[in-house]
Write a protein that binds this ligand. Structure first.
Ligand SMILES: [Zn+2]
Length: 1232
């Protein structure tokens, strides 16, 4: 660009030939014209010659500062000489034909459009109009209209209509149908006109649709150029509903299909892919209206497009045809209703108070006879009258829209500094702060030596957080690679030792005992036996209802039922662990648990080899056993008994019972093979085409308790009647394919995304396809390499008790199940989305579990807290668990306090203790974000650990933690809400004590802290993010919010401490999963009632954050390319603590010996935050930023904003590449 400019300036200075000619022309313009006609003709022909032959000339004429174009246009306006006019048109065509859109833009900016349209008007009055002039004029006009993204003249269409030019071109075509040289440029101009909807309607009234059908026709090698333009024009015209209706009325849908088939048959060498695509584009436009879709179905369109696209599959260059066909078929696929009686949750919970307004109020006020599964939302699109007003400023509108959600009212941004509740009322929270009154006189705090936990509690060793400690020595060794120290057999042994001991041995002996056993091979066997007993008990106890039986097992330990002996004889079972299998398998065959010969089949020869290869070659993580330190199956069962679920669950899922340890191998982000989505969609379409192949058998149904699965060997069994489970219905579609429907959040009719269910009765060597068909988010990380999680009970019994990422052919796409507007927030015509994945099970007759993300139940939290409490050293750690409040269902919401015990009970030490700043943490307000709980587990374990850094951290702060803000939601398998049917993280401004008790009291605690002048230094709410990678934070800053809306003037006077950036900055330096560039400090209006914003604005905590952890994985740092696991999440929780320690050093004026690099942080922040242009993400919706990743797989089939609309207006020959890009499949990397 620069180069061009300098050369042209130089040549201008040199007084080139063209400049001389232009000057001459200018002179002619200013003088009498008629006289000089000859001269003008001569000069313009000279200029034309130069423009045709020299790029240099074209550059000069359009260079910055050159008046060339003006002079030419002025001549064009003034001359009446046809030859001069033609010369000038040719010059202009030469100018705009190269150089991208820039030169066309220059012509437009100099008023070229208006001049040309006037010329057209004048010329059209001649009868007949001069053909050459019309050809030239239209050729030029076609080049200056809006073109894709390079908008030349955006108002081109409007100007043409105002000038009355539309029908001139139309009539020219009508009257010269055989004159292809003339009508080609006219059609090009019509195509540009048609992209304006008002023009399209106006042209339609004058018969343009019918006209186009006269031009397009069956396969012919002649005039393919014309055919293509006509098709493009038609596709643009048919986007108007009026025109589409006209086309349907005249039977053109059938005609288009016939033409398409004809081209499909004859274009055997695929030379005319673009024409074939053009025909599809027309079909796509016309099927935007309901009548069009009906006509398409009536004309057998589904079968035609299905069959033709199957033919095209083999040829990669025909992908655009396959994909466009797929889009059309999806759109026309008859909308199905979800096979449910109601979309309201299958479970009902009567609220103590019904809110007066909002979604829950609506739900309650809905008359019972209303069909909420589907409404008439899709039926009235044809009745709408077409807008006849202009939408020219789409871009401007977009701009406004973008900033709409950002808070611009500076008063609203400034801290409110008023307490909503009177001080007397807040006094009730005093009970949660006994540490501020405690004088520790009764404590013996003489010894400062950290005491070994075992001696204090006889339980477990100190908790070692895997990777967290600052420069943990084991860090280099441990890793996802699994470097190792112990082989599997010793791991197994440890596992075996540990688990049964928890159950069968007096707890005091456990530690000692397991140590003794560690290297003793013989005892491994005996512990195997114990394991089997444990499993037996566990499996049996999985049904809590049968308590008498439980007690029996509990008391008798290794009791073996009589009937077990029958299965003992299984001949294949000759493994060392035979006794495991034998005593296990028999008991598994109880009436409530169908496990079959679980252990026997579990240790078949292949398995054996498999595990031995693991143990010999591969290494296992050193710290793996520690991961289960907080797990205690026995305790878990006890806790579950007190957990209150709305459906009154009586079963326990095995994974929650056995526990989970991170697998010792990497789980890379899955690369998606080419064409998965379209294959899946084609299979969905086959449901319609080959209806007889569809089984359509309900195999699980919460709404119909009498639903029984026929006892056929081939059918999978489903279950989710346990804590956090949420499967509502399963329908077998084909032999190995199932549609799954998730239950809505209780007291709600939507919010499904989270899933957790059990599958059994499987065979090996079969790929089972699972489709969860009522997802709601418009895109998902499942399209970007995320896999669902599976837990195999047989694997767990083989010492691999972990959730692992599984599934192939994963994709997430819009399906053909319609979503009622009642559930879509009033929006009509929305569809649900399908997440589909295919799994081959590792074992026959296994029991497997699937989950959206690593489950973490409320009972698990309670168990972890109890273990932490029982294992901690009370001499060193001040730990308290209070009940913040009861939830709606009567579960307790734990509040944890952790700090260090004072150094002694001397006054100064007690003072130091009381004056420690507070850190307030919370998590899991959104039940579906289980990753938040794993991060919280990491935080809690770190805070309770014995490392010097942890001790130092405890001495620095008092931690107040609400680890689960929404227990009821978690227990009942909700995705987003509490039992009140509302998103609790939108209730912080005005929490209702009866409907949102946990929020009401968490806020009360914070308000109380403000009144007693113990405002937390940091508040952080842990969340999970479903659409982005890495871990990142949202904070609050007035200045950054203002910068985002460019209201910089107003924010000038605001003095803002940049401290809010320090913690995320520290984390980005210390926590491998954390990513600073994903952080945002903008305050959005839609977030004004979230914890983060309210705690910042109302309570006045400057460092108030939401920390979002990905559900998928990382695309930067140490974990780049890997899916996230519980190890990484827990590490994040620990690193968060380490970050707080650094923050403490930064904020403490007493610390002097800090590395200077850290002291510079604030300065660095000032610099970095000045670069506002950096793409700081601001987010419109907590979990769905409008910040799509490079590739969008969402595959919208509502085509108004389709990507392809761009090339309709553009060139006739979008490259194949471009076509492929508009393909929703978008596996770009695989393109040739
Ligand atoms: Zn969340």
């Amino acid at each position: 660009m620069n180069k061009v400019k300098t050369t042209s300036e130089k040549s201008l200075a040199n007084n080139s030939r063209i400049v001389a000619l232009l000057t001459q022309l200018e002179k002619i313009n200013s003088e009498s014209l008629l006289v000089e006609a000859d001269t003008a003709r001569y000069v313009t022909s000279k200029i034309l010659h130069l423009a045709q032959s020299q790029e240099k000339t074209r550059k000069e004429m359009t260079a910055k500062g050159s008046t060339g174009v003006e002079v030419i246009l002025s001549t064009l306006e003034n001359t009446r000489d046809l030859q001069t006019t033609l010369n000038i048109l040719s010059i202009l065509i030469e100018l705009v034909s190269v150089g991208g859109g820039r030169r066309a833009c220059i012509l437009v900016s100099k008023g070229g459009t208006q001049t040309l349209l006037q010329l057209l008007l004048g010329a059209s009055k001649d009868s007949p109009p001069n053909e050459e002039l019309m050809v030239q004029l239209h050729s030029l006009l076609a080049k200056i209209g809006p073109k894709g993204n390079h908008s030349r003249d955006k108002k081109f269409g409007v100007k043409a209509r105002i000038n009355g030019a539309l029908n001139i071109s139309l009539n020219l075509v009508k009257q010269n149908l055989q004159n292809h040289r003339l009508i080609l440029p006219c059609l090009q101009v019509l195509r540009v006109y048609s992209t304006n909807s008002v023009n399209a309607v106006s042209l339609g009234k004058n018969g343009v649709v019918e006209l186009m059908f006269k031009i397009i026709g069956p396969f012919s090698k002649k005039n393919t150029g014309l055919m293509k333009v006509a098709l493009d024009t038609l596709a643009a015209l048919l986007k108007s509903k009026t025109n589409a209706r006209r086309a349907v009325d005249r039977g053109y849908v059938q005609v288009l299909l016939t033409i398409y088939v004809d081209w499909h048959r004859h274009d055997s060498r695929h030379r005319h892919m673009l024409i074939r695509k053009g025909i599809l584009q027309c079909i796509k436009s016309v099927t935007n209206i309901k009548l069009g879709r009906k006509a398409f179905i009536d004309a057998n369109g589904m079968k035609i497009l299905y069959n033709t696209s199957q033919d095209c599959l083999a040829v990669r260059t025909l992908d655009p045809l396959v994909n466009t066909s797929s889009l059309i078929m999806r759109k026309c696929f008859p909308k199905n209703r979800l096979p449910l009686p109601t979309i309201k949750s299958a479970f009902h919970f009567q609220l103590p108070v019904i809110p007066t307004s909002g979604p829950v109020a609506q739900l309650y006020s809905l008359p019972p006879e209303v069909d909420d599964v589907v409404d008439e939302s899709d039926d009235n699109d044809d009745i709408e009258t077409e807008t006849e007003t202009e939408n020219e400023n789409e871009d401007d509108k977009d701009q406004h829209f973008k900033n709409d959600d950002i808070e611009t009212d500076i008063d609203k941004l400034k801290p409110k500094q008023e307490l909503g509740r009177p001080i007397e009322e807040l006094k009730i929270y005093e009970q949660f702060f006994p540490e501020l009154a405690e004088n520790f006189q009764e404590y013996d705090l003489v010894s400062k030596e950290p005491k070994p936990f075992a001696s204090a509690t006889n339980l477990g060793g100190p908790i070692v957080v895997p990777t967290a400690g600052e420069e943990h020595p084991a860090e280099a060794n441990q890793s996802v690679k699994g470097i190792a120290v112990k082989d599997l057999s010793s791991l197994q042994m440890e596992e075996y030792n540990k688990r049964p001991c928890f159950l069968d041995l007096p707890k005091k002996d456990h530690n000692k005992d397991s140590l003794q056993l560690q290297n003793d091979q013989k005892k491994l066997l005996s512990s195997c036996q114990c394991l089997s007993q444990e499993i037996v008990k566990g499996l049996d106890r999985i049904t809590l209802q049968n308590t008498s039986k439980n007690e029996q097992y509990y008391s008798t330990g290794c009791l073996i039922k009589k009937e077990s002996k029958t299965s003992l004889t299984t001949p294949t079972c000759n493994k060392p662990c035979q006794h495991v299998s034998s005593c296990g398998s028999g008991l598994f065959e109880g009436p409530s648990v169908q496990l079959g010969k679980l252990c026997c089949t579990g240790v078949d020869p292949e398995e054996e080899e498999d595990s031995s290869s693991h143990s010999s070659g591969e290494q296992v993580l050193l710290e793996v056993p520690d991961m289960l330190a907080l797990h205690d199956p026995d305790l878990y069962i006890e806790i579950v008994k007190n957990t209150k679920s709305v459906p009154e669950y009586s079963e326990v899922a095995y994974p929650d019972y056995f526990g989970h340890i991170p697998p010792p191998f990497k789980e890379p982000i899955l690369e998606r093979p080419y064409g998965v989505q379209r294959t899946k969609i084609a299979q969905d379409i086959e449901r319609l085409i080959h209806q007889n192949d569809i089984i359509d058998r309900v195999v699980y149904d919460l709404d119909n308790s009498s639903c029984s699965v026929p006892e056929e060997g081939d059918i999978l069994k489903f279950n989710s009647k346990f804590e956090s489970g949420n499967l509502r219905k399963v329908i077998q579609i084909r032999k190995n394919e199932y549609d799954l429907i998730l239950n809505s959040d209780i007291n709600s009719n939507h919010y499904h995304q989270w899933f957790y269910f059990e599958v059994s009765g499987m065979k090996t060597g079969i790929g089972y396809r699972f489709n969860i068909i009522n997802c709601e988010k418009s895109n998902s990380q499942f399209n970007y390499g995320m896999q669902p999680l599976m837990y195999s009970v047989q694997e767990a019994l083989n010492a691999r008790p972990w959730w692992s990422r599984v599934g192939t052919d994963i994709c997430y796409y819009k399906n053909h199940f319609s979503r009622s507007s009642i559930a879509a927030g009033g929006q009509k015509g929305k569809s649900y989305y399908t997440i589909t994945f295919t799994v081959s099970f590792p074992h026959k007759d296994d029991v497997c579990y699937f989950a959206y993300h690593y489950p973490y139940t409320y009972s698990t939290l309670k168990m972890h807290l109890q273990k932490l409490e029982s294992m901690h050293n009370p001499q060193q750690i001040y730990f308290r668990e209070d009940v913040l409040c009861e939830t709606l269902a009567g579960n307790s919401c734990p509040l944890v306090t952790i700090t260090a015990m004072p150094e002694s009970n001397y006054y100064e030490h007690v003072c130091q203790f009381r004056n420690r700043p507070y850190v307030f943490l919370s998590a899991r307000v959104h039940p579906g974000e289980t990753n938040a709980s794993w991060v919280m587990k990491g935080t809690l374990e770190y805070l309770m650990s014995s490392s010097p850094a942890a001790q130092s951290l405890r001495e620095s702060y008092i931690f107040k933690i609400v680890p689960m803000l929404n227990p009821d939601g978690v227990i009942n398998g909700n995705h987003r809400c509490s039992l009140s049917g509302e998103d609790l993280n939108r209730q912080w401004q005005n929490p209702n004590p009866d409907l949102h008790p946990t929020i009401y009291h968490a806020k009360g605690l914070l308000q109380y802290m403000a009144t007693i002048k113990h405002l937390p230094l940091v508040y952080c709410d842990y969340h999970g993010h479903s659409r982005k990678k890495n871990v990142f934070m949202y904070g609050c800053s007035i200045k950054e919010t203002m910068w985002h809306t460019n209201v910089s003037a107003a924010s000038c006077d605001v003095i803002e401490d940049l401290g809010y950036r320090a913690l995320p900055k520290i984390l980005s330096q210390t926590a491998p999963a954390f990513c600073m560039s994903s952080c945002s400090f903008v305050v959005e209006k839609s977030k004004e009632s979230t914890a983060r914003v309210v705690v910042w604005r109302e309570i006045g905590v400057q460092r108030s954050y939401t920390m979002e952890s990905t559900l998928c994985g990382c695309d930067q740092g140490k974990y780049k390319g890997l899916q996230i696991g519980t190890r990484e999440l827990e590490e994040m929780g620990a690193k968060f603590c380490v970050g707080l320690l650094r923050l403490k050093r930064l904020t403490s004026p007493l610390e002097h010996n800090l590395p200077s690099s850290l002291l510079d942080i604030e300065n660095e922040l000032i610099e970095s935050s000045c670069k506002v242009t950096s793409p700081t993400t601001y987010v419109l919706d907590e979990d769905e930023p409008r910040f799509l990743e490079e590739v969008d797989y969402s595959a919208e089939s509502n085509d108004e904003q389709d990507v392809e609309s761009v090339d309709n207006a553009g060139d006739y020959e979008p490259s194949i590449q471009e076509d492929a890009l508009s393909d929703s499949e978008a596996t770009r990397t695989h393109l040739p």
